[in-house]
Design a protein around this ligand. Structure first.
Ligand SMILES: *Cc1c(COP(=O)(O)O)cnc(C)c1O
Length: 389
């Protein structure tokens, strides 16, 4: 048997597209440490009853794996519509729902459907670091305007930017990652109206249509009482979409299920660009079984929200060399705090004590995801030690 050792293979200069040259695959470090508070996962694994029930449905799905899965998966889309009606009081028809392998794939579908050469996508920095990658990968021009100092979104500036740059896609993470800040419905409605008024043009000048606005509610279930969901605006805005995920509140990051709610026309445009059978029969079975157990899977959300508020309050009481920490309001399951001249050293000090958080966001800030009570106790004492609070 010939042993193939790649180091002896000659190198070819591959025709990598210029916009990808020099890029490494993106992703947060995946390190083997006891306390993982770096990628906003739900710290509680599914309980044994849910595991058994999901496993039984997966076994049924496996029996049918000789066949391609249901390409349009209307049963899952119908379950998602029922879930959203319960969660937010907004009743949608199954054809208004779409699902994919994580909301990251949903975003890619949006950019493939509406972005592309000669078109722009607009967002509000700092925000989710994956968005510019989808713009790059679909040859869509990436535009950002800054958020205010408190990371809220300046709606007047957003409307002006939409009017001047006529983006095909406007991406708003709300609650935003990495800051945790959520938008008001009035603000989202004004942005959707501004996008509806602009004309996106093809390279030959033909009017293609108006701009599309996607509100990424990956952390929607963690919003504070009184913070509404943009789902309420869907009826009045056919150019608006709301994306959600089962990765965070649902404690199902490993299953890779994200979904989007919008007008039927908008969803139909996404159906054009999806790969055939993109959602495997196993994924569909897991998602449907998980939705059946939504109440159990989401049971810890209230506890996590309360612990998030406690973490914000605790961090706000801390001072470093007499200066209070800067802690951002959060409607999500993480908190952004700072500012540290030496954030990389603080991150490393926590890691040395078995706690992995994330270096992300504006200079000087760190982001911690909300874990179990025990995990947060370890985090707090490690931070006091490392940062000298
Ligand atoms: C975590 C996260 C997602 C979720 O991605 P999945 O692909 O569904 O796991 C989407 N948007 C934002 C802003 C996130 O932080």
């Amino acid at each position: 048997m010939a042993l193939l050792d790649d180091s002896s293979t000659p190198h070819a200069r591959l025709p990598v597209r210029p916009e990808h040259a020099g890029f490494a695959p993106y992703g947060a470090p995946q390190l083997d440490v006891p306390i993982l508070l770096n990628v906003n996962e739900n710290p509680y694994p599914p309980d044994d009853d849910v595991v058994r029930s999901v496993a039984a449905d997966v076994a049924d799905a496996v029996r049918g794996l000789n066949r391609y899965p249901d390409r349009d998966f209307l049963p899952l889309r119908s379950d998602l519509a029922d879930f959203l009606a319960r969660e937010s009081g907004v009743r949608l028809v199954p054809e208004q729902l779409w699902a994919a392998n994580g909301s990251n794939e949903i975003m890619l579908h949006v950019m493939q459907a509406f972005g592309g050469p000669g078109r722009a996508a607009l967002s509000f920095a700092p925000t989710y670091s994956m968005y510019p990658e989808y713009a790059r990968d679909t040859a869509t021009r990436w535009l950002t305007i800054p958020r205010r100092d408190d990371f809220s979104l300046d709606v007047d500036a957003a409307v002006e930017a939409i009017e001047t740059s006529a983006p095909a896609v406007v991406l708003i993470a709300s609650p935003n990652n990495p800051t945790g800040t959520a938008m008001t419905l009035e603000g989202i409605a004004r942005i959707a109206e501004a996008a509806a008024r602009v004309t996106v043009r093809d390279p030959d000048g033909t009017a293609a249509g108006c701009g599309v606005v996607v509100v990424d509610e990956a952390y929607g279930e963690f919003r504070r009482t009184g913070t509404p969901s943009a789902l309420e605006l869907l009826g009045a805005h056919p150019n608006l979409a709301v994306s959600r995920t089962m990765s965070k509140a649902f404690a199902l990051a490993g299953a890779r299920v994200g979904y989007l709610a919008a007008s039927v026309d908008l969803v139909d445009a996404l159906r054009v660009v999806r790969l055939p059978y993109h959602l495997s029969g196993v994924t569909q079975a897991v998602a449907r079984a998980a939705l059946r157990h939504a109440d159990v899977l989401l049971a810890q959300v209230d506890e996590l929200r309360a612990r998030r508020d406690e973490t914000v309050a605790w961090l706000r009481r801390q001072t470093r060399a007499g200066v209070p920490l800067d802690v951002v309001e959060s409607d999500a399951n993480f908190v952004l705090f700072g500012r540290f001249d030496d954030r990389a050293e603080i991150w490393q000090g926590l890691l040395d004590r078995g706690v992995l958080i994330r270096v992300v966001g504006p200079d000087g800030y760190l982001r911690v995801s909300i874990g179990t009570a025990e995990e947060m106790t370890v985090f707090r004492s490690a931070l006091v030690e490392v940062a000298g609070l």
